[in-house]
Design a protein around this ligand. Structure first.
Ligand SMILES: [Fe+2]
Ligand SMILES: [Fe+2]
Length: 276
């Protein structure tokens, strides 16, 4: 059996419950999907995890998210940013710490995946805001953050395989990326189903590389455009493109003018400052 097939088989036999979400962030996302969730409940849930609350405040006050005034508490940040946005920050803040591994090759890819996912989240939010889709800006952020969640699962699965010594082969980055490219959509969908995540995000996970898709789906169009453009800004796991601008979603409803492009680029390339 080839290394490729052995690796695929080993990945497919790992448990679905690997830690790819922070439980509090998962609760928040599910609370947000309820029609009458109170922002006070969101604040209380974040504050139950002090480490998470500190990370959320740090992100809320960072250059990429900051308003005119710094926030001292989760409550003030939630009031300023709103329930959806503060939930986004909780998911992003907790997601960052999940992208680390003791295996150097896995850790290396995880770090790049985190940079890609976070840049896409900020890029998607920017595109939504600057193409007249403000009403879905928070959803666009979350969709950008989660679109490649299947890759994080596969990396966690790979880490487990290495720890248990299940596969006696040396695995390099290129092989990992190739296998993950083939499998991440399928595993992303499995995760979304397993954790009962909202259908709008499952749809993005399922179709962000699809050849045919619903051309009226603006959220999906935004993620597809930002994802492909990430290769212009060294914010992809894959080689950088030759600054080929993608300003039209393929057969989709989205068009970005020069101003929207510039703002998307600034949001994505500035994403690192939101993490410091
Ligand atoms: Fe992807
Ligand atoms: Fe991606």
């Amino acid at each position: 059996m080839s290394v490729h097939i052995r690796l695929r088989y080993a990945l497919c036999t790992q448990p679905i419950e690997l830690p790819v979400f922070n439980p509090v962030a998962l609760d928040l996302l599910q609370m947000l999907a309820e029609p009458h969730t109170d922002i006070i409940d969101i604040v209380r849930t974040i504050n139950e995890d002090q480490a998470l609350a500190a990370q959320v405040l740090r992100m809320a006050n960072s250059a990429s998210y900051m308003g005119r005034d710094k926030c001292e508490t989760i409550k003030s940040a939630a009031i300023r940013l709103g329930a959806s946005h503060i939930t986004n920050l909780a998911m992003a803040a907790s997601h960052a710490s999940l992208h680390a591994s003791e295996s150097p090759v896995v850790n290396d890819v995880m770090q790049d995946l985190w940079l890609h996912s976070h840049a896409c989240a900020l890029g998607c939010r920017s595109v939504a805001i600057h193409t007249g889709q403000q009403s879905i800006a928070d959803q666009a952020y979350m969709a950008g953050l989660l679109h490649d969640i299947g890759k994080l699962y596969l990396l966690k699965a790979m880490e487990r395989i290495i720890q248990k010594g299940e596969l006696a082969i040396v695995i390099g980055r290129d092989l990992l990326l190739n296998v993950f490219s083939e499998m991440h959509v399928e595993f992303g969908c499995r995760l979304m189903d397993h954790w009962f995540l909202p259908g709008i995000y499952r749809n993005v996970v399922a179709n962000h590389h699809a050849e045919t898709f619903d051309s009226s789906d603006m959220l999906l169009a935004i993620v597809r455009m930002v994802n492909i453009n990430s290769r212009n800004f060294h914010l992809s796991l894959y080689p950088t493109l030759n600054r080929t601008r993608h300003t039209l979603s393929d057969d989709g409803p989205l068009y970005m003018d020069e101003s929207a492009w510039t703002k998307m680029e600034a949001a994505m390339t500035g994403s690192l400052t939101a993490l410091n």
